[in-house]
Design a protein around this ligand. Structure first.
Ligand SMILES: Cc1cc2nc3c(=O)[nH]c(=O)nc-3n(C[C@H](O)[C@H](O)[C@H](O)COP(=O)(O)OP(=O)(O)OC[C@H]3O[C@@H](n4cnc5c(N)ncnc54)[C@H](O)[C@@H]3O)c2cc1C
Ligand SMILES: NC(=O)c1ccc[n+]([C@@H]2O[C@H](COP(=O)([O-])OP(=O)(O)OC[C@H]3O[C@@H](n4cnc5c(N)ncnc54)[C@H](OP(=O)(O)O)[C@@H]3O)[C@@H](O)[C@H]2O)c1
Length: 588
């Protein structure tokens, strides 16, 4: 017995459908005579696109740069949540020889996450087996690799491929790429370019006179020399950002003497979300707890929600002059002094005058306690220069060292260290030489079909980044669907939209502690000036702002002279599905 006509049968019966070709260029040549109703054809005329409405005219080629958490969140959307294989093909270029980004690269002793592991997890892959409330870098990398393997997220990744240049060809509407692998320089092309290069992936040496004159072991936290044996050595650690705060308590256990050079004080706070573990610095999950999470996914869900809600609720602390901020300052200063064994001098040198959270608030178990040991010194006299054997401070003292650890941070200018060239030959590095200015952290004026994860002013300052990366990927998927389905050549944020967003966001920023009195990488390592890294508002506010794309903020350039070519033959795909309910809109 026949099942009735198939979709193919219905297509074949329709004289307005042509299934044999996908025209790539369709302004078409005008018919002879070029008349309609006896009048010349309108200038907007194009030939009929003989496909159902919204049938893509080409498969988009999408290239993503970087294979850390951001790119893997995107790959999961493409491959699983939205199954976009019909409308796009994806390549991910990763410069390192493995996926993992931050968690593959940073292997210094003590590297760990200061966000509770249960919310620093891919939203689509809760992990009942986290060993501790705050997980180590190694455990995060294992979880990352396991998840990537489970969902085949590295399917489109090419490791050891560094993108060296990307130039937008406006006529073709394509990005032209140069990518270097171990053997050669490859030329590639794509319709849409996505930067997932991370906001803390370009490490740099500090600008200290004579740094490279040092003849001992010189290293940076982000390129740790695992072969160097620190045991018994006289070691300098420069900096007291989150990296140094994790390194110091580990190194003091093995070195002979450790000297921490601290240029500015910083708050050592209770861990984010630590209320859930009674304010403790760490909690190791018992086998029973892990078993419960494994066997009862709803219990795990509730637990994760509790941590996430607490983290979002704590945003109050980031509002200047709020009661939560005042309490946080009093509490943190008191707690720091206690952990410094009530040493007035140390407390004075290490406790800031500015708002808690202005610089990244870091828990740092063991960091303050380290200064109460005999083999640790704190030096706050500014570094004058590095010499062959050690570090000379401005008070004239030269201290000799076997090793200098620069835990001195990253290039956070958001300027790509390679040519990324948009419309009219404009390089992103040049456009952002004074201040980087994004569209909602996700795009840039003059850079068509270019999207970014965690670009300037992204929600990197409070709570877990994970959900935000998923929302950003979702926003990109909305654009990709639209570009594919509506026959769009390129989309680019309007300059006015970017300018207005930055001006307004900056107004909000004045109410938040990130614009406070500290020097921080959130302000591109300045004390004053625009906050360039952090989203102006809460994480939930970010979600609200990017939940739906706002095409009104974009210039949209179509592939033909008529934006409505995507109407195809005027009918929708569902009408060719013999089983579809074609009265779906009759609700009652
Ligand atoms: C030591 C450290 C600890 C951190 N701890 C926390 C934390 O506790 N909580 C938190 O929320 N965040 C933390 N962060 C921030 C962390 O970077 C983000 O949470 C997250 O890992 C960023 O993921 P990503 O995929 O966006 O970028 P990354 O993980 O930085 O990955 C970017 C990738 O892009 C690649 N890449 C860059 N340029 C190119 C190019 N030209 N061609 C090809 N590939 C390229 C890099 O090799 C890298 O693999 C930490 C960062 C550091 C450095
Ligand atoms: N626990 C975690 O989760 C974790 C761990 C590591 C990193 N991270 C992330 O990575 C970010 C960066 O952390 P980071 O510690 O690597 O870098 P950072 O926060 O930028 O800190 C750099 C440190 O080096 C000092 N410094 C820089 N140049 C110097 C110079 N020329 N002379 C003397 N001191 C100098 C800085 O002093 P000034 O303060 O005076 O500038 C600062 O103390 C963190 O904020 C966080 O977002 C997180």
């Amino acid at each position: 017995m026949s099942d009735g006509p198939s979709m193919e049968d219905l297509y074949a019966k329709d004289p307005t459908i042509d299934t044999t070709s996908i025209p790539d260029e369709a302004n078409g040549s005008k018919p002879e005579p070029a008349l309609r109703y006896g009048q010349p054809l309108p200038t907007e005329w194009i030939p009929l696109y003989r496909k159902p409405m919204r049938t893509p005219t080409r498969k988009l080629r999408v290239v993503t740069i970087g294979a850390g958490l951001s790119a893997m969140s995107l790959a999961h959307k493409f491959q699983h949540e939205h199954q976009l294989g019909d409308i796009l093909e994806h390549t991910i270029y990763e410069a390192q020889d493995s996926v993992g980004g931050t968690w593959y690269v940073n292997v210094y002793p003590g590297v760990a996450c200061d966000v509770p592991a249960h919310i620093y997890s891919f939203p689509f892959e809760p992990n009942p087996d986290w060993s501790a409330y705050y997980a180590s870098g190694g455990e995060i990398l294992e979880y990352f690799n396991r998840t990537v393997a489970k969902y085949d997220l590295a399917r489109d990744v090419k490791c050891s491929h560094r993108v060296e240049s990307a130039v937008f060809n406006e006529e073709k509407g394509k990005w032209e790429l140069q990518v270097r692998n171990k053997e050669r320089l490859i030329h590639d092309e794509c319709d849409v370019l996505i930067s997932a290069t991370g906001f803390l992936s370009h490490w740099r040496w500090p600008s200290i006179l004579g740094l490279h004159d040092f003849t001992g072991n010189l290293c940076h936290s982000a390129v740790w020399n695992t072969d160097y044996d620190f045991a018994g050595k006289n070691v300098a650690v420069i900096g007291n950002g989150s990296s140094a705060i994790q390194i110091v308590p580990q190194l003091v256990e093995e070195v002979g003497h450790l000297t921490n050079f601290v240029r500015s004080p910083t708050y050592i706070t209770p861990g984010l979300g630590s209320a859930v573990i009674g304010g403790k610095t760490q909690h190791i999950y018992t086998d029973e707890e892990k078993q419960k999470f494994r066997e009862d996914p709803e219990a795990l869900h509730e637990y994760r929600k509790k941590i996430q809600a607490g983290s979002n609720r704590s945003f109050d602390m980031f509002v200047k002059n709020s009661q939560a901020q005042t309490l946080a300052r009093q509490y943190t200063a008191g707690m720091m002094k206690k952990r410094l064994d009530n040493d007035e001098d140390l407390a004075r040198k290490l406790t800031p005058e500015w708002e808690v959270g202005c610089r990244r608030a870091t828990p740092g178990p063991g960091y303050l306690e380290a200064f109460t040991r005999d083999n640790v010194s704190l030096i706050t006299s500014p570094i004058q220069r590095v010499e062959k054997i050690g570090i000379r401070t401005e008070d004239g003292t030269l201290r000799p060292f076997h090793a200098i650890v620069c835990a001195t941070g990253f290039d956070v200018s958001h300027r790509p260290p390679w040519p990324l060239i948009g419309l009219n030959g404009l390089s992103l590095s040049e456009a952002w030489k004074d201040e980087p200015a994004s569209y909602l952290s996700l795009a840039a004026a003059q850079f068509p079909n270019f999207f970014m994860f965690s670009g300037p002013n992204a929600p990197v300052g409070h709570g877990s980044l994970m959900s935000g990366l998923g929302w950003s990927a979702e926003w990109m998927c909305q654009w990709l669907r639209k570009i594919a389905a509506e026959d769009i050549k390129y989309v680019v944020p309007k300059q006015a939209a970017v300018d207005e967003f930055n001006a307004y966001a900056d107004e909000i920023m004045q109410t938040l502690v990130w614009s406070g009195g500290c020097r921080s990488w959130y302000k591109n390592h300045r004390v004053d000036g625009k906050v360039t890294a952090v989203w102006a508002g809460s994480v939930i506010g970010y979600r609200e702002m990017i939940d739906q794309i706002r095409p009104e903020d974009f210039e949209i350039v179509y592939r033909t002279r008529n934006r409505f070519r995507f109407m195809g033959n005027g009918r929708t795909t569902m009408e060719y599905d013999p089983k579809a309910d074609l009265a779906f809109y009759l609700d009652k």
